[in-house]
Ligand binder design. Structure first.
Ligand SMILES: [Zn+2]
Length: 286
C-alpha cells in the first residue's frame, strides 16, 4: 500500500496534496541490482563515501501522485527495460549495435540517437534529469538538511535561482533544459550491476560536474557557463542526442572498489563485480 503524508506541498508542482513516498533511484533499479543466489541478495548502493548492501530504499514523501506518475511516464517506464542486467543482457547497447556509429575510434564509439528511429532520447534525458533534480531538492540523508547535489539554489544568485526554476519546469514538462546544463551519457560494455547515487565530481564555482550511475549507464551532468560548444554538441542533451560507448569500467571499478573496502559485501556479489582480492588490496592505478 502506498503510504501518504497529508496536506503537504509537492516539490514539483507546488500544489498542496497528499504526498507519496518517492524514490531517489527508481525502485525498479533496486530490483535489477539484486543478486540472486547470493547469501545477501540486496542491491549494492554506492554513495560518494560509502557502499552499502541493503534492502532499504531511499524514499521520502516528496511528490503528489500526479507528479510521481508524470516522472514514470516521461522517462522511467521506457528506460528501465533498456538498462543492463548483465554484459550479455543490455538492451540499450544491443539497440545501438544494430546501427552504425557516427564516430568509431579505437575503443570509443559515438552514436547519434536522434537518428535512430523510435529511440526514446527525450525519455532518456528526462530519466537522468529527474534523478538529478530529486537529488537537488532534498538531502535524502537524515543527518543533513543540505540538498544532496547543488544544481542551483534560489538564495545563491539570480543565475542559480533561474536555473532552479527552469530545471523544475523541465522536469514538469513545461520547458526546455536550462541552457547552462549539459547532460552526457556513457554506455559501459562491461556493466557493473549496481548503482551510484548522484554526486559532485568537481567543485569549480562556474564549471561543475556531477555523476550518477545505473546499471550500464553513466550520466554526466555539467552545470555552468564553462561547458564548451564541442561538449554540448557531443552530449545527450545536444541537438544530435549523442551517446558514447567506451569502456571506462576500470575507473568505475576503482571507485566502487574504494567504497567496497569499507562495506560488507556478499562474496558472490564481490565475484560478480569481478573484483579479485588482490585488486582490492592493490594500489589504484593512475
Ligand atoms: Zn505535484
Amino acid at each position: 500500500m502506498v503510504r501518504t503524508s497529508e496536506n503537504d506541498i509537492c516539490a514539483l508542482c507546488f500544489q498542496r496534496a497528499k504526498l507519496i513516498r518517492s524514490h531517489l533511484i527508481p525502485s525498479a533499479v533496486y530490483k535489477i541490482c539484486r543478486a540472486p543466489g547470493a547469501n545477501n541478495q540486496n542491491p549494492l548502493m554506492v554513495t560518494d563515501d560509502r557502499a552499502v548492501q541493503t534492502s532499504a530504499q531511499l524514499q521520502i514523501p516528496l511528490l503528489c501522485n500526479q507528479c510521481e506518475d508524470s516522472l514514470n511516464k516521461r522517462g522511467e517506464r521506457k528506460i528501465i527495460p533498456l538498462l543492463a542486467r548483465s554484459a550479455q543482457d543490455f538492451p540499450m547497447l544491443e539497440a545501438l549495435k544494430r546501427t552504425r556509429p557516427s564516430v568509431l575510434d579505437h575503443d570509443l564509439a559515438a552514436f547519434e540517437l536522434r537518428k535512430i528511429r523510435d529511440f526514446p532520447v527525450d525519455e532518456l534525458i528526462h530519466f537522468a534529469i529527474g534523478m538529478y533534480w530529486k537529488a537537488s531538492v532534498h538531502s535524502w540523508n537524515s543527518r543533513t538538511a543540505l540538498p544532496r547535489v547543488e544544481l542551483g539554489a534560489p538564495c545563491f544568485s539570480v543565475r542559480d535561482a533561474v536555473r532552479a526554476k527552469n530545471l523544475r519546469r523541465f522536469v514538469l514538462g513545461d520547458g526546455p533544459l536550462p541552457e547552462d546544463i549539459t547532460l552526457s551519457i556513457l554506455l559501459q560494455p562491461r556493466p557493473l550491476i549496481a548503482f551510484h547515487l548522484p554526486f559532485e565530481v568537481r567543485g569549480e564555482p562556474d564549471d561543475r560536474t556531477f555523476l550518477l550511475y545505473v546499471p550500464g549507464l553513466s550520466f554526466i551532468l555539467s552545470v555552468g557557463p564553462g561547458v564548451s560548444g564541442f561538449m554540448r554538441l557531443y552530449s545527450l542533451s545536444g541537438p544530435l542526442g549523442v551517446a558514447l560507448v567506451t569502456d571506462t569500467t576500470e575507473a568505475h571499478r576503482q571507485r566502487f572498489r574504494d567504497a567496497l573496502k569499507t562495506a560488507r559485501v556478499a562474496p558472490q556479489l564481490r565475484e560478480k563485480l569481478g573484483i579479485a582480492r588482490q585488486q582490492l588490496e592493490s594500489k589504484p592505478s593512475t
